[in-house]
Design a protein around this ligand. Sequence first.
Ligand code: ADP
Ligand code: MG
Length: 238
Amino acid sequence: MISVQNLRKTYRRHANVVEVLKGIDLVIESGEFLAVVGASGSGKSTLMHVMGTLDQPDSGMVMLGPRRIDNLGRSEQNRLRNGTFGFIFQFYHLLPELTTLQNVMMPALVGAGVFNWMGRKREAVRNATEMLERVGLGHRLHHKPRELSGGEMQRTAIARALVAKPKILFADEPTGNLDTDSGKDIVELLKSVNRDQGVTILMVTHNLELVRQTDRVVRMTSGRLGELPVERAVLAEC
Ligand code: ADP
Ligand code: MG
């Protein structure tokens, strides 16, 4: 479904040169739920941003199926990010003045443009409501983010990511700001999205305990990637 070949990236700031990706190869199958673990600063977010076309590699390729995507023009990459890809981040990135329903309707509003919006609004409300019900927030449609728990904010962000029906979901430490139980609930929700909707998921985490639900674990160590058997990852936490 999505793969990278010999991906390299170096950040340069003044005299500082940080080689973040040192030749990464990775193939993710359609329908897979993959965890990327590794210490803070090892390059997990950079890898995910490059795969999701949020950032450019210095060399190497990102392929979506048979198609190279790292070198596409801006509008084609925008289309991928608004349709094929969904993103979830540690700090939710919800708009604070909007209700959960309005936050989840945002992608449709952006996609429609102002002139088409009136005709599409009713359908957008229905889709966003269904998605919020799906993540267990049918009773929180008109709350604002500050009135929600961390877990509920992340569920809202997941609903927003899913409303455009992405094929691949990138989740960068989606439980990084949550307590243990809410974190487990979020990973279970992602697991059910993966199983029931067939969405391919790439989840970055440094919590090894959360990888139980995933199909495969890879570990980033200073810019290089290695396979880590799930059983070993889970044992390492005990
Ligand atoms: P992780 O997500 O595993 O914590 P990152 O991919 O965020 O790691 O970062 C890897 C390394 O690259 C870190 O040393 C970080 O400081 C550096 N880095 C990340 N983004 C930038 C940037 N925009 N400019 C300079 N250095 C960066
Ligand atoms: Mg990171």
